[in-house]
Ligand binder design. Sequence first.
Ligand SMILES: C[S@@+](CC[C@H](N)C(=O)[O-])C[C@H]1O[C@@H](n2cnc3c(N)ncnc32)[C@H](O)[C@@H]1O
Length: 247
Amino acid sequence: MTHDIDTAPTTGIGEMLISSRSLDEYRSMFNLTDVDLSRTILDCPGGAAGFTSAVNRLGGDVTACDMAYFDRETEQLAVVAVAETDRGNRYIRAHAEHYDWTFFADPDEHARVRRQAVEEFAADIRRHPRRYVAGRLPSLPFPDAAFDLVLSSHLLFSYSDRLDHTFHLDAIRELMRVARGELRVFPLVVSGSSVRYPRVDELLTDLRNHDIAGEVVEVDYRFQRGAHHMLVCRHITSHAPEAAGSA
Ligand SMILES: C[S@@+](CC[C@H](N)C(=O)[O-])C[C@H]1O[C@@H](n2cnc3c(N)ncnc32)[C@H](O)[C@@H]1O
């Protein structure tokens, strides 16, 4: 199936950012508990987030997957990721009124947290390159049900100004193919705006037709205005066997 993936930016940040959110941001965006973090996790797209490094350092088992890992040598990727973090922070400073300054006190704290996360990412991808797997949605290089929990932040919905509805449906089905348990997707709003993806209800119906139940759940994270919900997807298992007839 072909997808309308138009790389030309129409709104917001411009070219898609390779961003570097921290473990604390992931915990808050996805309502992650310590039990969640003890599961096998796929982070797709992993970008230059510090999440994989931080959780594995705590004894977890996280794999990151992103198409950005295809084209660049590790050293070059680390350099690009730092430059991308600075680009993201410049955008946020220039549009500070679009953000809720409670998770981060101000743009300086945002810069400090993201810089620390990207440095963790850069060090980790050099030390453990096999944790960072090149892949391009809607097709992932993993077997069925390879992970307990799959996380996906700031690609789906965020970039719906250039990724069409079919891409969203196919990407979620693929992320669910590799998920034994849940998929959590954050946020539901378009990058650079506080507008929710307008076809969420239609997507939930489409997913249900593929035996995937989706539920919109509020989270604690507050940063981009209007972005405080995630989509949680679970497999719809076959119906429980009918109760035996009464004696
Ligand atoms: C804004 S970053 C989000 C990274 C990370 N989840 C975070 O929150 O910091 C978006 C990422 O999506 C990746 N990406 C874009 N299209 C993709 C695709 N079709 N398959 C896999 N990754 C993709 C980009 O390379 C980029 O690193």
